[in-house]
Design a binder for this molecule. Structure first.
Ligand SMILES: NC(=O)c1ccc[n+]([C@@H]2O[C@H](COP(=O)([O-])OP(=O)(O)OC[C@H]3O[C@@H](n4cnc5c(N)ncnc54)[C@H](O)[C@@H]3O)[C@@H](O)[C@H]2O)c1
Length: 397
């Protein structure tokens, strides 16, 4: 470990939301570097799993680290007691920052949490915001915590499922309300990140939202192209291949498919709200991406009376090779199909649900099979010739 242990604190870092998709891998990577880490979280089910050395969700490379560290004295502590916050030099906040049912940021809930937290904070602690926040939230937090607090914003930029690898590879943005706060956060993240990029609070807040909105808009462009090509009775994936064949300027066009999950749409809408709802491209991207399930259903309805069909969706997670179904568009697709009277079957390689069937049963039963998410297991899956396959991703070639 590069930093000296502070004897005044039992832990080097407490991660609030430490059993979530952002908090847990971060805690593991810190603890693997020799820090004494406390994972504070209110999720009792995940606490029990982690205490038994079991990852509660897919995070590639995390299992052996957790199994090793949970047995090691003082490396990793799981806690549901908020008083543990007082015992750590660094207090890292990684709780969720959702938007409400009208897609407005729910900043108040986040700020309310700091009112509770304040009672447990001590002098000389550094508070680090890791969650994605609405711009200027840090200013509001300062109002709650008082001007003497050392507050830093170090946004998480990993791709879910690949944090263990990416935390070691990605440059870390570090902003602080004061130089002292920034330097303190730099000390912590220098232990794991290959490069530190110093930014102001406002820059960090916008970099994070711009990055996710950028990705979300990119996906919407390719989804819109898919719809245009399809309406033209052409194979978009062939067009996409030709676009980038020997033509570098089009190399990075992503495949079509559901742009879903808990971050991209939410962060695009946070940016729209911040800019007084003046984010035409962001809203257009939402209409296209959220409209893809409807497009797929309407396209099938042109060829079939779907009230008489059995339709299967392969892949219910929000993206490939993970087990997280949060805000997955496969469920929206299923709902629309059911509304039109179809008998719908769900299957997933990783996400578990008692209502899901196996992929083998799904392909045996169904007349129409839609690839919801391109888990690799579906690439070579034998599908009876009589079934129609709908594959916006182009994964089956
Ligand atoms: N998932 C990602 O890939 C990703 C990537 C970058 C940034 N982010 C951002 O990170 C933040 C967390 O996202 P996530 O995907 O890890 O969410 P998550 O739901 O997986 O994790 C949040 C955790 O916080 C815990 N929690 C919530 N309120 C709490 C409280 N009051 N006290 C203690 N624990 C509490 C929950 O039990 C949960 O375990 C969000 O702001 C998100 O936008 C997520």
């Amino acid at each position: 470990m590069a930093t000296k242990r502070d004897k005044n604190f039992k832990y080097d870092a407490v991660i609030i939301g430490g059993l979530g998709h952002v908090g847990l891998p971060l805690g593991l990577v810190f603890a693997n570097k020799g820090l004494r880490v406390c994972l504070h979280d209110k999720n009792i089910k995940n606490a029990e799993l982690v205490q038994n050395g079991v990852m509660p969700f897919i995070e590639y490379g995390a299992d052996p680290i957790l199994k090793k560290l949970i047995k090691k004295k003082d490396a990793l502590t799981v806690s549901s007691d908020i008083r543990d916050v007082s015992l750590a030099k660094y207090v890292v906040i990684a709780i969720g920052t959702p938007v409400d049912e009208y897609l407005n940021p729910n900043v108040r809930v986040f700020l309310e949490y700091f009112k509770t937290l304040k009672k447990y904070l001590r002098k000389n602690q550094t508070i680090i915001i890791r969650s994605t926040i609405y711009p200027r939230t840090c200013q509001q937090i300062m109002k709650v915590l008082g001007k003497n607090v050392l507050l830093a914003y170090c946004p998480e930029r990993i791709a879910q499922g690949y944090a263990i690898k990416e935390l070691k590879e990605l440059p870390q943005l570090v902003a602080g309300v004061t130089q002292k706060a920034q330097n303190s956060a730099i000390k912590l993240f220098s232990l794991i990140a290959p490069k530190i990029i110093k930014v102001s609070m406002e820059e960090a807040e916008l970099v994070k939202l711009f990055t996710n909105a950028w990705r979300y808009i990119q996906f919407s462009i390719t989804n819109q192209f898919y719809m245009i090509a399809n309406d033209f009775n052409l194979d978009f994936n062939r067009i996409r291949q030709v676009m980038s064949d020997g033509y570098g300027r089009a190399y990075n066009i992503p495949s079509a498919g559901f742009a879903a999950g808990p971050c991209l749409l939410k962060d695009t809408m946070q940016l729209a709200a911040f800019n007084n709802n003046n984010f035409f491209l962001g809203h257009a991207a939402m209409m296209v991406n959220e409209g893809l399930p409807n497009f797929i259903v309407e396209d099938i309805r042109k060829r079939h009376d779907i009230g008489k069909k059995k339709i299967g969706i392969l892949g219910m997670a929000f993206k490939a090779e993970i087990d997280d179904t949060r805000d997955s568009l496969s469920f929206k697709l299923g709902k629309i199909l059911r509304f039109h009277g179809a008998q719908v079957f769900y299957s997933d390689e990783y996400a578990k649900d008692p209502t899901f069937v196996s992929k083998e049963q799904l392909v045996k039963e169904c007349d129409i099979i839609i690839i919801g998410v391109p888990h690799a297991a579906y690439k070579k899956l034998k599908i009876p010739k009589k079934a129609e396959i709908v594959d916006a991703w182009g994964m089956r070639g």
